[in-house]
Design a protein around this ligand. Structure first.
Ligand code: TYD
Length: 153
């Protein structure tokens, strides 16, 4: 089982899409094991987007991520990191495949609804950045027999 970080970005909150996006992940069978609303700061965004701080679009990106609070989620499942990236779709919503979250819900490269960790290393680092250990919950074997075959766990 893996855990991964998803952020519902300000564009999701402004457009009242929170329920729809959470629903997509839940219906897929990813378990929500952590969830909270938080206002991002200069400091956390400089860490979170460290690979982009020198890009010309970083100031606009930062402002867009601070416009409203975000909702941080920890999702859990077998291969959850890759599955969540697949469901999320390509960065630019105009190029993302229909059926993906970005493909179905946005027209933007930046106002693209969700962030999702892109590797096991990033997932660990990002979950530590956005959640304290006690904010992530152990769901035990809840629903696992419905979601997976015994040899997949
Ligand atoms: P990146 O880590 O490249 O993509 P992803 O979110 O798919 O992992 O970029 C992080 C965010 O930065 C992206 O979701 C939106 C924003 N961004 C821009 O605003 N303009 C750009 O040209 C790129 C590449 C990203």
């Amino acid at each position: 089982m893996e855990r991964t970080l998803v952020l519902l970005k300000p564009s999701t909150i402004e457009r009242a899409l929170v329920g729809e996006i959470v629903n997509r992940f839940e219906k897929k069978g990813l378990r929500i094991v952590g969830m909270k609303m938080m206002q991002l700061t200069d400091e956390i965004l400089a860490q979170h987007y460290a690979h982009l701080v020198k890009k010309p679009f970083f100031p606009i990106l930062k402002a867009s991520m601070m416009k409203t609070p975000v909702i941080a989620m920890c999702l859990e499942g077998v291969d959850a990191i890759a599955v969540v990236r697949y469901i999320t779709g390509y960065t630019n919503g105009r190029k993302a495949d229909p059926g993906t979250i970005r493909g179905d819900y946005c027209m933007s490269n930046q106002q693209n609804i969700v962030h999702a960790s892109d590797s096991p290393e990033a997932a660990v680092e990002e979950l530590n950045r956005f959640f304290r250990p006690e904010e992530i919950f152990d769901m035990g074997d809840l629903n696992l027999d419905r979601l997976y075959a015994v040899d997949e766990l």
